[in-house]
Design a protein around this ligand. Structure first.
Ligand SMILES: C[S@@+](CC[C@H](N)C(=O)[O-])C[C@H]1O[C@@H](n2cnc3c(N)ncnc32)[C@H](O)[C@@H]1O
Length: 287
C-alpha cells in the first residue's frame, strides 16, 4: 500500500482465460466465487473507498511510462498482477492491450467499470495461468509485499516467467525491510476523505511480516459512523534475497529508490525493472 505515510497504498471481466479456469482460481467480477469459505479476502471492505483514499496516481503512471519507453518502446501488451481497481491499467489502456489479474471480486468490480474494453481475470497471482505471453508484466504498489511468505514470492516470479515474452519487461516495486520496520514503530496514520475518515495502523509482526490494520469510518446520513475494518499482511524481504530469486530468469536493469537513486534495504520503496531472458515455451530441452 502506498504514499500515505502509515498508509501504503493500496474491461470486461474475463472468464479466466476463456477456459473457466485461470490456474487454480476462478473467474473475475460477479462470476464465480472461489469457494474459499466464509473468511473474506482482504480489500473486500475498503475496495469501494480505495480510489478516493489513495488519490491521484499520475506520478506512478509517469514513472511506468518512463520505464516502458526507455526499456521497451515497442511493447504493445501489458499484464498487471494485482491490478486492484484498475487505477494503473486505466492510465495505460489508451496505448496498450491490457489484462489485469486480482483475487478480490470487490476490487475487480470497480476495475470492470473503469476498463470496459479490458480483460480482467479473478485469480491468485501465485497460481494464475492464462496460456499466453505479454510484452510487459507489472506488479506495483507493494502488491508483492501482500504475499505473506517468500515461497509465494518465488511462485509469483515463476508465474511472471510463464507469462512474459522473450526480452519482455517485468516491473514491480516493494516496501523495504527498513520501511516496514519504521512503520511498525510509528503511530497510526489518520486522514479525512470527503466526509469519511480513514486510519492505518502498522504493527510489526515477526520475521519481516507486518500487519496493516485499515479502518474506514463511513459517515451516515444521521451523522453517525459505520466502521469497516480489515487486516492486510505485508512481508518485507531483503533486496539481496529478491535479486537471488530473480536471477534464474531475469536481468535486473534498475533497482532504484523513489527518486532514481540506488535502492537499499532502508529505502522507502524500491522499484525493479527486469528484462526476461527467455520465455518458457522457447527454452531448449537438454539433449
Ligand atoms: C495495494 S493493492 C494494489 C492495486 C493496484 N496495483 C494499484 O496500484 O492500485 C494490492 C492488490 O493486490 C491484490 N492481491 C493481494 N494478494 C493477492 C493474490 N495473492 N492474488 C491476487 N491478487 C492479490 C489485492 O486484492 C489488491 O487489489
Amino acid at each position: 500500500m502506498a504514499d500515505h505515510d502509515q498508509a501504503g497504498h493500496t474491461g470486461h471481466t474475463d472468464q479466466a482465460g476463456h477456459t473457466g479456469q485461470a490456474g487454480q482460481a476462478g473467474h473475475t467480477g460477479h462470476a464465480e466465487q472461489d469457494g474459499s469459505g466464509p473468511e473474506p479476502l482482504s480489500y473486500s471492505k475498503w475496495a469501494r473507498f480505495y480510489d478516493e483514499i489513495i488519490g491521484d496516481r499520475s506520478e506512478e503512471l509517469d514513472r511506468l511510462h518512463a520505464y516502458l519507453s526507455r526499456y521497451h518502446p515497442e511493447a504493445s501488451s501489458v499484464l498487471e498482477l494485482g491490478c486492484g481497481t484498475g487505477a494503473i491499467l486505466s492510465g495505460l489502456a489508451y496505448r496498450y492491450a491490457i489484462t489485469g489479474v486480482d483475487r478480490s471480486p470487490e476490487m475487480l468490480e470497480i476495475a470492470e467499470r473503469k476498463l470496459p474494453g479490458g480483460r480482467l481475470v479473478r485469480a491468485d497471482i501465485t497460481e494464475v495461468s492464462l496460456g499466453e505471453r505479454f510484452d510487459v508484466v507489472l506488479c506495483v504498489f507493494d502488491t508483492l509485499n501482500h504475499l505473506p511468505s517468500f515461497t509465494a514470492w518465488q511462485a509469483m516470479f515463476e508465474r511472471v516467467h510463464e507469462h512474459l515474452a522473450d526480452g519482455g519487461l517485468f516491473v514491480f516495486d516493494v516496501n523495504t525491510v527498513g520501511r516496514l520496520r519504521r512503520l511498525g514503530m510509528s503511530t497510526a496514520y489518520a486522514e479525512d476523505f470527503g466526509e469519511h475518515m480513514f486510519t492505518m495502523t502498522v504493527r510489526d509482526d515477526h520475521d519481516g511480516l507486518s500487519d496493516w490494520e485499515v479502518r474506514v469510518f463511513e459517515r451516515q446520513g444521521d451523522g453517525s459512523f459505520t466502521l469497516h475494518s480489515e487486516h492486510i499482511p505485508e512481508l518485507a524481504v531483503p533486496l539481496r534475497q529478491i535479486r537471488a530469486a530473480l536471477e534464474p530468469h531475469f536481468d535486473v536493469l534498475e533497482e532504484t529508490g523513489l527518486h532514481g537513486e540506488p535502492g537499499n534495504d532502508s529505502s522507502e520503496r524500491v522499484y525493479y525493472v527486469c528484462r526476461h531472458r527467455q520465455a518458457v515455451s522457447t527454452r531448449r530441452q537438454p539433449g
